[in-house]
Design a protein around this ligand. Sequence first.
Ligand code: UDP
Length: 241
Amino acid sequence: MPEARWRRVVLKLSGEALASAASDETIEAAVVGRLAAEIAAAVDELAVEMAVVVGGGNIWRGTTGVGEGMDRATSDTMGMLGTVINSLALQDAIERQGRPTRVLSAVQMAQVCEPYIRRRAIRHLEKGRVVILAAGMGSPYFTTDTPAALRAAEIEADAILKGTHSGVDGVYSADPRVVAGAKRYDEVTFMEVISRDLRVMDLTAVTFCRDNKIPILVFDIMRPGNIRAALAGERIGTLIS
Ligand code: UDP
């Protein structure tokens, strides 16, 4: 069996990674199916334990409602519920690949999924189930980057895999879509990301990972084969450590 670079990881996916520019669907079955197939195959082949944190940006972002004058906490709660919808879509797609999963939600929904309990999450991982962590942290005023970091620490993950979907395949010295000649780093330190304000992940999440020594691999998740490549330790994307 090929060696995995990390034994246990948290994969952070944006909600928009489940949609497609080619259609109006909020969740595009073909896109979710491809991601699910890659996740199932990589977990299988490399024997990695994987927890997935899915965002909700394809459905709702807290800031959208705030821009319309909504109460922030209410709008953020709508965003968290969006992540539950995405988590169920991903669960369905991964299980159709034959890999067992469990959705654990930070907001209790007994009829829909299990509550997030740290020890239970770890037990599911040990049994080879892909754990999908829904509803962020269960608290408003955060994005899903921060619960990805928090849960990674709680379940003692070795790294966070932060998948990008906008064509930017790592951390650059400036936004490569705006600045011609922006340089992509193979590796960068937490301090550089913070002091140079390299926007790859929410700052709250980055500082948390720095304090708790959790490396983050930023990579293009839309490129076929990249989830496996990231887990196998191929030199793709940017490693923040
Ligand atoms: N959210 C929240 N608390 C959390 C996680 C998410 O309030 O712990 C809300 C927040 O409004 C956020 C939305 O859920 O905008 C969707 O998450 P996110 O923006 O991270 O989605 P992504 O951009 O990754 O698709």
